[in-house]
Design a protein around this ligand. Structure first.
Ligand code: TRP
Ligand code: SF4
Length: 560
């Protein structure tokens, strides 16, 4: 890698402002830090700001809201559990996740795991897609089964691409994925349109989804073409495809716009299960909030039960109904009034029934044989009902494992809910969003290296109006698309280099002219090298069992 030290200014003050608190070079945040103080504005702007729309324009103005409104978790919280984290994880480019812990654990322990992502072949692959390629490849290197797919059905149905356009772009995505290091001998590449097993799975999943959900989740309406809906169930099948042979933790690396798909796939995975395992305290069902409350009330049984070894539901209900504020606060759970009322009612209705913790297997889709086999397989004390079995001597984890085992023995899939990780969208080189339809805003992986050089040189920066001002105040690396190029791509694995650029920029030692020159040269080098590797990947691609010319005919529907 070239380090163009000539391009740096060195005549500035030697005092530098501190970088991000954790010492890692931070990345631009689309307005991040400022937003903390603008909660009123943000609230006024409403959820539209962050509406997650898989087919809309991919900008996110406020990442913080993704955590609060959509329940995406902060990646930093799992980072310590990740072996050998990728630089995109270390630098906060991968900022969020859903349920990534089981994947991290499998990677750590050398157990089975999988990674899968998909690409709509609507244009050239660009440096934003490279993030996802890198994420797939990194997981493959850590031992996960890796899958990359071409979402050609989606491109046709939702974006109105013709089959010949799709073929051309599909080839380009695959070449770049291979050139960046995807190992096709270990992993699998496929097109949605010619994967029969995938379509069979999509059909099964479709039987658990209905049109009103499509309306609610995606805003589909009476005008939405039916193939677009089919492409959604196909994506649900993509996400669960790595588990067809056997269930395993699976991560889907995507942009946050794909989160609705991930949530829906997690739902469908659960709906396909033979059994749902929950914890219960008596014969009746509880909501999650009621369960937490009843568990706490059970812990207090000494306070109300005539025989604390055998507390009764009605005793617990009466105590909970009469408990004062201080007693409730002492329970250690947040007690909403309506939750308390409904728990009191359920406990009261159960009368003298013992209040006793147990795990419950609810029958969702089990065959009669599977239900019998489960009842048989439960060790220790158990009680059987029409639609569920209660086990008194099993813990929740053992119960989960047993439910999955019986399901697999009886022809079910036993899906583990899929996990996801989310990366930030890159800012366009011209400011605003990086978009495939604005050539100057992005660098295509197919751009001529000289063109890549020129685009970086022409990029917007976070610099000040004059060199003098820059030396005095420092540059705004956090708002600079050029700094993003370093952090997301050009610095590669070299954290120190990324940090150096950042520190020198905000410290006023680095001026934009030289900084862009250095970035432009690195970009030229990256593109030349990548394109050489793409040329080598041609032969590999020819040998793979993936069709590059679709036999399909058909007219492209409108874009909806
Ligand atoms: N919908 C994705 C996109 O718009 C592409 C895609 C299809 C995908 N199937 C997938 C992404 C499965 C992740 C996992 O880019
Ligand atoms: Fe951006 Fe570099 Fe200028 Fe800093 S010096 S604002 S990183 S171009």
């Amino acid at each position: 890698m070239t380090r163009d030290h000539d391009a740096r200014e060195t005549d500035s003050a030697d005092e530098q402002p501190a970088p991000a608190a954790d010492g890692e070079p931070p990345v631009a945040t689309d307005g991040g830090a400022e937003d903390v103080d603008r909660s009123d504005d943000a609230a006024a702007a409403g959820a539209d700001d962050v509406a997650l729309d898989p087919w809309g324009s991919s900008t996110v103005s406020d990442y913080r809201k993704l955590f609060e409104e959509f329940g995406i978790e902060e990646f930093d919280d799992v980072l310590p559990a990740v072996p050998n984290p990728h630089y995109l994880m270390r630098r906060g480019v991968i900022f969020g996740h859903r349920d990534y812990d089981p994947v991290a654990e499998a990677l750590r322990e050398g157990e089975d795991a999988a990674v899968l992502s998909g690409f709509m072949p609507t244009g050239d692959p660009h440096i934003g897609h490279k993030l996802v390629f890198d994420e797939i490849i990194w997981h493959q290197e850590q031992g996960a089964d890796a899958y990359g797919l071409i979402a050609d059905l989606e491109a046709h149905a939702a974006r109105g691409m013709t089959w010949s356009e799709i073929d051309e772009h599909a080839r380009d995505y695959l070449l770049s994925l291979l050139a960046l290091g995807f190992d096709p001998a270990e992993g699998e590449l496929y097109r949605q349109s010619d994967n029969r097993e995938l379509q069979d799975l999509a059909f099964e999943l479709g039987s658990k989804a209905n049109f009103s959900e499509f309306q609610g989740i995606y805003g589909f309406d009476g005008e939405t073409n039916v193939s677009h809906m089919q492409s959604v169930v196909t994506q649900m099948a993509d996400i669960l495809y790595p588990q067809l042979e056997e269930p395993k933790p699976t991560v889907i690396p995507v942009g946050p716009d794909q989160d609705p798909h991930v949530r829906f796939a997690r739902d469908l995975a659960a709906r396909m299960r033979f059994f749902k395992v929950t914890e219960a305290f008596a014969s009746f069902e509880l909501t999650d909030a009621e369960r937490a409350l009843v568990a706490a009330v059970h812990d207090e049984r000494e306070a109300y039960a005539e025989d604390p070894a055998r507390p009764r539901c009605e005793e617990a209900g009466a105590w909970l109904a009469d408990a004062d504020r201080a007693t409730l606060d002492g329970l250690g759970v947040v007690v909403a009034d309506d939750v308390r009322d409904s728990a009191v009612e359920k406990l009261g209705n159960a009368g003298m029934e013992p209040l006793r913790p147990r795990v419950r297997f609810l029958d969702l889709n089990a065959t009669d044989d599977a239900f019998e086999a489960l009842v048989e397989a439960v060790d220790g004390e158990k009680r059987r009902y029409d639609e569920h079995v209660d086990a008194f001597d099993l813990d929740a984890e053992a119960a989960e494992a047993l439910a999955r085992e019986v399901e697999l023995d009886h022809g079910g899939y036993g899906f583990v809910p899929p996990s996801s990780i989310y990366h930030r969208f890159m800012t366009g080189l011209t400011g605003g969003k990086m978009s495939s339809s604005i050539p100057a805003s992005h660098i295509s992986l197919l751009d001529d290296p000289e063109e890549g050089y020129d685009k970086v040189k022409a990029a917007t920066t976070g610099g000040r109006d004059t060199a003098e001002e820059q030396r005095e105040l420092g540059g705004r690396a956090d708002e600079c698309p050029v700094y993003e190029l370093y952090a997301y791509l050009l610095a590669g694995d070299d954290d120190e280099f990324a940090k150096e650029v950042y520190d020198e920029c905000v410290g006023g030692e680095r001026l934009c002219g030289g900084c862009k020159e250095q970035a432009a040269e690195l970009m030229r080098e990256f593109l030349a090298d990548h394109q050489e590797k793409r040329a080598e990947a041609e032969a590999v691609l020819e040998d793979l069992d993936i069709s590059l010319e679709s036999p399909r005919r058909g007219v492209a529907p409108g874009d909806d």
